[in-house]
Design a protein around this ligand. Sequence first.
Ligand SMILES: Nc1ncnc2c1ncn2[C@@H]1O[C@H](COP(=O)(O)OP(=O)(O)O)[C@@H](O)[C@H]1O
Ligand SMILES: [Mg+2]
Length: 378
Amino acid sequence: MVGILVKLKNITPDTLVSEKKVKKNINEPNKEAKLVALQSIGYPFLCNLVENPKIEIFDKELFELYAQEQWEGCIVDEGSFLFDQKLLPDYAFKIVKAHPDNSKITDNTSILLIEVQESLEIKHINTNIQMEDIIGQERAKTKCKIIMKYLKEPDKFKEWAPRNVLFYGTPGTGKTMLAKSLSNELKVPLFLVKATSLIGEHVGDGARQIHELFEMASASAPSVIFIDEMDAIGLDRKYQSLRGDVSEVVNALLTEMDGIDHHKGVVTIGATNNPHLLDFAIRSRFEEEIKFTLPDIKERLKILELYTETMPIKADINLDKLVKCTKGMSGRDLKERILKVALHKAIYEDKDSVTWEHMKYALKQHKTKQNEPKNMFA
Ligand SMILES: Nc1ncnc2c1ncn2[C@@H]1O[C@H](COP(=O)(O)OP(=O)(O)O)[C@@H](O)[C@H]1O
Ligand SMILES: [Mg+2]
């Protein structure tokens, strides 16, 4: 790193460009890149002599060879750029996905050019959530562990491989949290997308984004696709008149789920709060549905213990008593509606601990909120 900084200070323009173009690294990682997904960006600047050409690939294998040859040895980091050095010198490609991140292109690397829209967010999540931090939901955690075993040793499962699973249940019970913990624990690429980000602005965008998502996952198999808030794209046909593009997206999803080569080891996980809104054909594609339930009394206690520990001021409260007053609340309710409200109240009052008075205040607020008439779409 220091080396680069020094170099930047006494650069001649040429060294800067070549340094950036072929980033043969200082702390060179030895990892081989399995997959690199690129998005075409264009020239670093425009002048009226050149225009940004529109790039279209007509032969994927040919493009891969072309790309491997010129970028072999380059280090790929998600979010950074590669510059073309052949046909369109200095034309930039953004690295949308690299697996593993910070690895080196070889002649074995799959290189894809995709047409991602701004809206396709394949999240690179930085989190330290572990699966064990999720209290309860044992069936879902067990399923994830089975999937992890499968991805490690696909051959062991023969035709009995886990393929896809649907997590469903009350909001705030840990579905998204589980997805995040997977990004920490999986040793294979995870494509974590929010279903809403798969719907583009124009007709055809959604179908294309879904296709690209599955294409990337196959190219880097074994891998996992986690589609959160699934009902946004898998909407039942009877609601589809509300949104014209939905049936196109539903069909694309069905095509991809059916077409995926499972021998390669791609597992799809969907999550939704409203499984009954899902299109029946999509719902039936999942081999297993796992319900996320509200925490029981023991689990509520564990959740309260987990989060009171991380409070910035100490919590001077009887958790056993609090547990009894929080029946029917989700993990999110406990954390955001009770503990957080009580903590904020204590901080507001300049107290150095959170007391039962603060909890009483939070419980009362929550109750009032619950009694408000429900929004019909909530
Ligand atoms: N089972 C649980 N264990 C620990 N924390 C939980 C649990 N369920 C929910 N939470 C807390 O509530 C937050 C919101 O949960 P989330 O995973 O987004 O719910 P969902 O996706 O099921 O609607 C989590 O980030 C976490 O802080
Ligand atoms: Mg969620």
